[in-house]
Design a protein around this ligand. Structure first.
Ligand code: FAD
Length: 486
């Protein structure tokens, strides 16, 4: 290993970041092999079909950041050539406060603003309109390690100030409970206490990207994203081996370079004593965030939401007012199961009607839902089902009667679905201010200290979510100039 420009590379893991790294390297002329532990490639992009013929997404189901990503600007048309399509629902996301109040995020900033009470509409427009107009430049600057020379210094500073605020300061600019709750729900995607500095970062990015590209689903399910990436990899001469778990670097020493789309914990195990002490110490200090408890439902018809907008939204946020969302997120962070955990519900068929299946004369749909829970929370399948279902039932009385089938995963089950989701943390590591800046290290975040071996999973900058940029930036570090060269 350790040539400055590799001729061959092995990527361990085929999640969106592993596949992005593989594509970037293959396009630069490197001979790439991807080695995946699971039987099916795709990591967090996998979907599978249940006994009723309904297709469920194992992990990611909505893609607010995918099309906004610099990676997608490079590879989007190639992936579209392999059949990848995104689709949005009439409402991108809705936050349900209670039986009578909700607030909606729409792709159009103006339409979102028009739905907010009083002066909050104008304030929403002023807060997000200018950033949404420059969404590509925002993602250019922020979907990468924070420590870099900005191309757009004023934008960098402006967005940086907004993203660096505690989320609770961001939503207190608004007067109405609706606007506050909408923003709090989006910011809760960070899985951090919402009074901490930096807790606005993920939500501000999701809002800006949403106003540029919507919060779409992949037509046919998330596996379509992986399948298009795999088809492009094959077209570029790369190959994939599935069903092979790498436990030691000696299994992959044939290649000039190795990129690990693994958790930090797995990378430490695979590399063992080869990792220099200074890096091993930083990795040991790397912290995990709270977890999720997930339920996949097969439902007949739709969900009987009280909120009309929720009946048209691909994503529904449940958690009540901004303050209640904040209290629930703080509970999770501190290891307590909240009475009403923040819960997300995906209704992909409202964006992609091909997800509806007619079975035995019934119209069946896949509902994807998870609640934020403390790391280490354990629950039986029935307890997990009850926890998530009661949140939905509160906002959609009678929901249980629509459920035809379900399967539930507590945090240990979520880790069993994807081995990078250590302890049920789906973000690749906690998103506190320190780890927003140093992920997993401030300088050279993709280096492992072992010559020719790089980390490329969501435990590296810029972190969790399907945006492909951990993979693209690690590939760029491994093969200078192969990515965007910055
Ligand atoms: C329940 C859930 C819901 C989510 N919802 C969304 C969403 O709606 N939108 C969104 O943008 N993001 C979502 N995410 C987050 C998103 O899925 C992740 O951020 C993303 O998949 C991370 O990509 P990755 O390539 O870093 O890792 P992963 O997607 O986890 O892929 C890593 C791959 O590497 C393989 N691997 C790991 N170790 C080894 C080894 N030692 N040997 C061989 N193979 C190995 C794994 O099997 C896996 O296939 C969700 C995640 C979960 C779990």
């Amino acid at each position: 290993m350790s040539k400055s420009t590799p001729s061959t590379a092995t990527v361990v893991g085929s999640g969106p970041n592993g596949l992005a790294a593989a594509l970037v390297l293959a396009r630069a002329g490197v001979e790439v092999t991807v080695v995946e532990a699971e039987a099916t490639a795709g990591g967090g992009l996998r979907s599978s079909t249940d006994d009723h013929g309904v297709r469920h997404d194992h992990c990611a189901t909505t893609f607010p950041l995918a099309q906004a990503s610099p990676f997608f600007r490079e590879f989007g048309s190639a992936l579209a050539g392999h059949g990848l399509e995104f689709a949005t629902a009439p409402v991108d996301a809705v936050h349900v406060l209670d039986a009578t109040r909700s607030a909606s995020l729409l792709t159009s900033v103006a339409d979102t603003a028009a739905g907010l009470p009083g002066k909050d509409g104008r304030l929403w427009h002023a807060s997000f309109g200018p950033l949404a107009d420059r969404a590509d430049q925002v993602t250019d600057e922020f979907l990468r390690p924070i420590l870099h020379l900005p191309r757009h210094p004023l934008l960098f500073a402006g967005f940086g100030v907004q993203a660096g605020l505690p989320a609770s300061w961001s939503w207190r600019r608004f007067r109405s409970p609706e606007a506050r709750a909408l923003l709090a729900g989006i910011m809760a995607h960070a899985f951090t206490p919402l009074h901490l500095p930096g807790s606005s970062a993920a939500g501000t990015m999701l809002t800006v990207a949403g106003h540029a590209h919507g919060w779409p689903v992949a037509v046919g399910g998330s596996q379509s994203v992986a399948d298009a990436m795999l088809a492009e990899l094959t077209a570029l001469g790369g190959s994939v081996v599935t069903g092979e778990r790498i436990t030691d670097l000696s299994q992959v020493t044939d290649a000039d370079a190795v990129l690990l789309d693994t958790s930090v914990e797995d990378a430490a195990r695979i590399l063992g004593d080869r990792v220099p002490d200074r890096i091993a110490r930083t990795w040991r200090r790397f912290r995990r965030g709270p977890a999720v408890a997930k339920v996949d439902y097969t439902v007949e018809g739709g969900i009987p939401w009280s909120s009309p907008d929720a009946r048209r939204a691909a994503t529904v946020h449940l958690g009540g007012t901004a303050d209640r969302v904040a209290a629930a997120e703080k509970d999770c962070w501190q290891g307590r199961l909240p009475r009403r955990p923040f819960t997300l519900v995906g209704q992909p068929w409202l964006a992609d009607p091909s997800r509806t299946v007619t079975h035995g004369g019934r119209q069946l749909n896949p509902v994807w839902a998870y609640a934020h829970v403390p790391a280490g929370w354990t629950g039986t399948a029935q307890e997990t089902f009850d926890l998530v279902t009661s949140q939905i039932e509160d906002a959609a009385p009678g929901f249980r009667d629509h459920v035809v089938d379900w399967s539930a995963s507590d945090p240990a089950g979520v880790q069993a679905t994807g081995r990078n989701n250590t302890g049920g943390d789906i973000s690749g590591g906690a998103n506190d201010l320190v780890q927003l800046l140093a992920r997993p290290r401030l300088l050279r975040p993709y280096d492992t200290g072992v010559p020719g071996v790089y980390l490329c999973s969501s435990s590296t900058a810029p972190g969790g979510g399907v945006h492909f940029m951990c993979g693209m930036k690690a590939a760029d570090r491994c093969c200078p100039g192969a990515g965007d060269g910055r």
